[in-house]
Ligand binder design. Structure first.
Ligand code: IPE
Ligand code: IPE
Ligand code: MG
Length: 241
């Protein structure tokens, strides 16, 4: 049953650091890219599960601004995978009511990929069942830096003054300006770090660090993780009522 009302107890916006593809492949003596392909297949299952578990916004970390440090063959394999994913999944995403948007710096991505990203955003722009945001060449520091630069430019042009600079205004310059803050951030593969993901937006998010490697993360496990969320008390700095 889709839940999008104020009686919602589960998280409305879940963000996932999909980690562990490389180790999954390594355990099978296969190249790292095999793990990335297996990981991409899981994305579909998790996106499809969202309406049933009341998740309206799903944000997934696909490639960080630091992932360029990997070997050229892994990076180009991942870029090829992203292109193929968009080409192959566009129809199903459209049919399933998923609105897809991308966050991150597009300037360093190849033209063909960026044009596929733009088309998918446009194609699915009238959907509203699930809002899927894919972070591609995304880094929290990079995002805040780009936002600050654009804000400075607005001031330089005289459209804003320094007095307009507050958290709300800065938020409007972030890549995520169209998204609510995440309620829950999940990271798979046992690593308990943020790795530059949604730094600003996760100020009051809950975190779940799961040992499962991303290619093994099923919809059933996703539902289990979400069910644990309802019992937490989020205080946002206040004293409980
Ligand atoms: C996450 O899996 C996917 C990307 C960062 C693109 P990894 O590739 O980081 O997998 P591990 O951490 O090496 O196992
Ligand atoms: C974070 O995973 C980035 C993505 C999942 C896309 P990494 O594997 O790149 O993070 P570190 O290097 O372990 O911090
Ligand atoms: Mg990793």
């Amino acid at each position: 049953m889709p839940k999008d009302t104020n009686d919602q107890t589960g998280p409305r916006h879940v963000a996932i650091i999909m980690d562990g593809n490389g180790r999954w492949a390594q355990q099978r003596n296969r190249p790292r890219l095999v793990g990335h392909h297996a990981g991409a297949r899981r994305v579909k299952e998790i996106v499809r599960a969202c309406p049933d578990v009341g998740v309206k916004y799903l944000t997934i970390f696909a490639f960080s601004t630091e992932n360029w440090k990997r070997t050229q063959s892994e990076v180009s394999g991942l870029m090829r995978l992203f292109r193929r994913y968009i080409e192959r999944e566009a129809r199903d995403l459209l049919a399933e009511g998923v609105r897809v948007r991308f966050i991150g710096d597009r300037d360093r991505l190849d033209r063909k990929l960026v044009s596929l990203m733009d088309s998918l955003e446009l194609l699915t722009s009238h959907n509203e069942k699930v809002h899927l945001t894919i972070a591609l060449n995304y880094g929290g520091r990079d995002e805040v830096t780009r936002a600050a630069k654009r804000l400075a430019y607005e001031i330089e042009q005289g459209r804003l003054t320094h007095k307009d600079v507050d958290a709300e205004t800065l938020g409007r310059f972030l890549d995520t300006h169209f998204l609510p803050d995440p309620d829950l951030v999940i990271r798979t593969s046992g690593e308990a770090r943020i790795s530059n993901f949604l730094l600003w937006q996760s100020a009051y998010a809950e975190y779940e660090f799961i040992d499962t490697l991303w290619p093994d993360f099923t919809a059933a496990e996703f539902a289990r993780v979400l069910s644990g969320y309802g019992v937490r008390e989020r205080r946002f700095g206040a004293v409980p009522a």
